[in-house]
Design a protein around this ligand. Structure first.
Ligand code: ADP
Ligand code: MG
Length: 282
């Protein structure tokens, strides 16, 4: 007895096309082709224009996906941009220079940026916005707090994978090291951090933010010799951003408190002093 082997029915073309487009990594093509085909039919577009529209959609989406991937890889603590930054609140900050830096030519030129200023003046915000701008322009970015970076370096050294981490850190186009100066570093920590800056010197851009003026950096690194050598490398090609002024955070919360107390003043004024009844304002 023989069992008849039925010829496998050919897969419908849509199924094959979906399979091929997935293989080719063209998800937008796959998602959009029916819709764009309907549009093309309605508008009387020829097949070249139909394909062109799909290719453009794929490119736009691919660019967006790549930016998203770079932003995730950068490990920003928050995504912030210059759109939400109020330059008027911090007159000491050179706005034209900052916006020029957002065009990222310093990254191409492998120059550094140092943002100095007291707490709450927007140093982290500016460094995040510069980091986002770099992601949008196609550069790889890594964001660390100084303490976090030193911690990771020490851990990598203990686990004998320091060289690998150093190579990764040397390879990113833009390294952001936030909050230098809040905690003094151990001698090993200072040396490991120095090595990173040294390895990146003229090979990639580094942004450092600090609440301390340069004269006080020795207190972070312990040794004057090390601090001198570090500043020498970091400030060789550098753009300095000065953010000195009132803390934005403090100003916001004071303004908020003032608003709240003003509202309660209004309520108190409208309330009958004997009964406590509140007369609605006319
Ligand atoms: P710093 O790093 O200098 O201590 P941050 O960048 O963390 O300051 O700023 C504190 C908070 O205030 C953040 O939420 C930040 O987004 C906001 N902020 C600071 N300066 C500005 C500004 N000029 N415009 C808008 N938001 C600001
Ligand atoms: Mg900060």
């Amino acid at each position: 007895m023989t069992t008849a082997v039925l010829p496998a029915s050919p897969a419908p073309p849509q199924v094959l096309l979906a399979h091929h487009l997935r293989q080719l990594k063209l998800p937008t093509f796959l998602r959009e082709y029916e819709k764009v085909a309907a549009e093309a039919a309605r508008e009387g577009l020829d097949h070249v224009r139909f394909l062109l529209r799909l290719a453009e959609l794929e490119l736009i989406d691919r660019e967006r996906r790549m930016v998203e991937r770079r932003v995730r890889a950068a490990r920003f603590p928050a995504v912030k941009s210059f759109d939400t930054f109020d330059f008027a609140a911090i007159p000491s900050l050179n706005k034209p220079l900052t916006l020029e830096l957002a065009r990222c030519e310093y990254v191409v030129a492998r120059e550094n940026v140092i943002a100095l200023g007291n707490s709450g003046t927007g140093k982290t915000h500016v460094s995040l916005a510069l980091g986002l701008a770099a992601c949008q322009r196609g550069f790889s970015v890594a964001f660390f707090t100084t303490a976090g970076l030193v911690h990771q370096l020490m851990e990598a050294r203990d686990e004998r994978r320091l060289l690998k981490l150093q190579a990764q850190l040397a390879a990113v186009k833009l390294l952001i090291v936030d909050e230098l100066g809040y905690v003094p570093l151990s001698q090993t920590g200072a040396e490991l951090l120095f090595e990173i800056f040294s390895q990146r010197h003229e090979r990639g851009s580094t942004i450092v933010t600090s609440n301390l003026p340069f004269e006080e950096w020795t207190s972070v690194f312990g040794s004057q010799r090390l601090t001198g050598a570090l500043l020498d490398r970091l400030t060789h090609h550098v753009h300095i951003l000065e953010l000195n002024g009132e803390s934005y955070r403090l100003k916001q919360s004071t303004a908020r408190r003032r608003r709240v107390s003003r509202t309660s003043d209004v309520k108190a004024a409208a309330a009958d002093p004997e009964t406590g009844d509140i007369t609605p304002a006319s």
